[in-house]
Write a protein that binds this ligand. Structure first.
Ligand SMILES: Nc1ncnc2c1ncn2[C@@H]1O[C@H](COP(=O)(O)OP(=O)(O)OP(=O)(O)O)[C@@H](O)[C@H]1O
Ligand SMILES: [Mg+2]
Length: 412
């Protein structure tokens, strides 16, 4: 299992992408920069697809970019490796300035370090599965036998064993996307970038592929940037989610933060129908345990979802102890758990510390906050959304990466 660290893989600061004539003047002029989209278009003929966006993608996390169609998601992710040239702002990968990279360095970034998986697979129709998977290695100049060996390994990893000699036309949509994923993984990139890879798939296959991503991530710990306009997918996959609207990031947080404390009415409306108990962890509802409570009742992990704790409390009839590495760090009772379901328990960033203030043991929970709560949310969130995934309470790990020819093969 891989842990998420604070070390950024990508670090983005004040990023703008404006399409249209004399695009540079828009971010440079505070008046133009603050115009609503329609007015900006009528006054300048420009579209600001990405507006003043800043975020880090941490090593080992699944960073989801979510938003409605046209909100700027694809533009944003393509700017990361300059498949689209940013208009203003800075982008660093492992501390290196992406905007200052020359062609050779950029090619190396796209071929080796950040591989993309696209919605329409981008497979080469006349090549076999194996040769499609090996494609990224081929353009890296890896020798034939080595790339075939590597491709075979990855084909097995994504569950396509036995289909190596088929051509894309002989595969289902889900299988084709597995080839796309395998191709990305074959080059062993540091980051996998997914641009709505599953939106063309039917719901069951889509769920399969989501599971596949979670599994790969858990096994390999690869950093992933995953674009989707599907909230359930975002909640299920994301360690953190950046929610975009009209080119801006309106909220960036864990699924628990986004569902528990929406930044504004727009986000609130977006997450309105999410079953909160499947996203929120028991930390939200936890309070200090009395002496008696600390020794009795069912035990749940701090990563358990409210839904899981409700089950434990209902079975035992007693408040559940939240136990972290053998220590009771608090309790959750039925009132508090119902409060989360009803949405009457506000979530604030310090909630877990507040709930346990004064409790020595609680310090342990607060102390491991960043990684710990990430894992907690990861565990909880994966069971979230309209298509919950019960039993997904294990903290995850990260997966591996592809490379893509086809329409976007200019990248290579
Ligand atoms: N080459 C371009 N020239 C002009 N405008 C563009 C260009 N590419 C994108 N846009 C505009 O930028 C905005 C953001 O587009 P983008 O493709 O990033 O959205 P998206 O969030 O990925 O949408 P979708 O979910 O439909 O893929 C849209 O208004 C789009 O019309
Ligand atoms: Mg898009």
């Amino acid at each position: 299992m891989t842990t998420i660290t604070d070390t950024p893989v990508f670090s983005v600061e004040g990023l703008w992408k404006v399409f249209g004539p004399k695009a540079e003047r828009v971010p440079a002029d505070p008046e133009l920069a603050s115009l609503p989209a329609a007015e900006l278009r009528s006054r300048t003929g420009c579209t600001a697809a990405v507006r003043d966006v800043s975020f880090d993608v941490r090593k080992g996390e699944v960073f989801v970019v979510m938003g409605l169609s046209g909100s700027g998601k694809s533009t944003l992710v393509r700017c990361l490796t300059r498949l689209i040239e940013p208009t203003a702002g800075t982008i660093a990968v492992d501390g290196e300035d992406v905007r200052a990279m020359d062609r050779t360095r950029l090619r190396e970034l796209r071929r080796h370090r950040a591989a993309m998986v696209f919605q329409h697979f981008g497979l080469l129709p006349h090549r076999t599965v194996l040769d499609n998977v090996a494609y990224g290695l081929e353009i890296q100049g890896v020798g034939k036998s080595e790339r075939r060996t590597r491709a075979r390994e990855v084909v097995t990893k994504v569950g396509l064993e036995g289909m190596e000699q088929r051509r894309p036309g002989q595969l289902s949509g889900g299988q084709r996307q597995r080839v796309g994923l395998a191709r990305a993984l074959a080059v062993d990139p540091e980051v996998l970038l997914f641009d709505e890879p599953f939106s063309a798939l039917d719901p069951l296959i889509r769920r399969d592929m989501q599971e596949e991503v979670i599994r790969l991530h858990r096994e390999e710990g690869r950093t992933m940037v995953f674009i989707t306009h599907d909230l359930n997918e975002a909640l299920k996959l994301g360690d953190r989610i950046a929610l975009m609207r009209d080119g801006r990031v309106v909220q960036l947080g864990t699924p628990e933060e986004i569902v528990g404390s929406p930044a504004d009415d727009y986000v609130r409306e977006f997450v309105r129908d999410v079953p909160r108990e499947q996203v929120m962890t028991v930390r939200t509802a936890m309070r200090t345990a009395s002496m008696e409570e600390a020794g009795n009742g069912p035990a749940v992990s701090p990563n358990a979802t409210v839904s899981q704790a409700i089950e434990a409390v209902a079975r035992s009839g007693a408040p559940a102890r939240v136990v972290d590495r053998g220590r009771c760090v608090g309790v959750v009772d039925s009132d508090a758990l119902l409060g989360v379901v009803a949405g009457t328990t506000p979530v604030d960033a310090d909630n877990d510390t507040d709930a346990t203030a004064g409790d020595q043991a609680a310090a342990a929970v607060g102390g491991d906050s960043a990684a710990g709560s990430q894992a907690a949310v990861a565990a909880g969130s994966r069971a979230a959304g309209a298509a919950p995934v019960p039993g997904k309470a294990a903290p995850r790990t990260r997966g591996q990466a592809p490379q893509s020819p086809g329409t976007d093969s200019g990248a290579l």
